[in-house]
Design a binder for this molecule. Sequence first.
Ligand code: IPE
Ligand code: IPE
Ligand code: MG
Length: 235
Amino acid sequence: MSGAGNFHVAIIMDGNGRWAQLRGLPRSAGHVQGAKTVRRIVEASARAGIGTLTLYAFSSDNWGRPGQEVDSLLRLLQCYLAGETRRCARNGVRINVIGRRDRLPSSLVRSIEHSEALTEHCTRMQLRIAVDYSSKHSILEAARRASCNQLSAQEFQDLLAQVDHSVAESGPVDLLIRTGGEQRLSDFLLWDCAYAELYFTDRLWPDFGEAELDAALEDFASRQRRFGKVLAETA
Ligand code: IPE
Ligand code: IPE
Ligand code: MG
């Protein structure tokens, strides 16, 4: 893996509901199991030398799910922050929740601020959790803030980061992983994934583990990234 310190992996953690349905359990049981996978993968990612890990936990479109499921997802997130922040701080993992905050319960916003403050000094890995996140909304909001100013791509990106409550430079996504078999972006990091390598696996998120993460990283290592150029030896 080149430039491990800045290496950015994003994951669309999909398949919790199907995992539960396959076992005759309520969808919320899949989310509980999915949260356990998050713990494992955060630690495995830090060990693998990933610089930034961005996890898609709750999309703005997920508000359209039944109220009970939405509540269980937001409660799980709050539990995750309450249970894992100290461990993250000890392991050098900086937490940053990206996305809108104006529609989240105020107790959750307080937990987010608390977790971010407690891990502010951490530099080993940045863990970004996308909650009430919509790329299209972020891009539109940044464009509104830019109004008629002639902005550079970097300045626009800085505005996007501001809209998303992103606290530190995360750089573009190098590798985007989606579990659960679907092959789409579902409004996730559209700007940041401009040159991301995409990796799709049928594995459902609760069944995803360190071995699958390693397989994705290995697959990434075999990709040839050209960024629109031609390779020196063929030029
Ligand atoms: C991903 O699992 C978690 C969230 C979207 C919050 P899903 O709940 O989408 O699981 P499936 O896709 O229905 O199996
Ligand atoms: C994307 O999964 C959102 C998260 C993983 C948080 P969805 O299950 O909501 O996406 P679609 O509906 O299959 O596109
Ligand atoms: Mg899904």
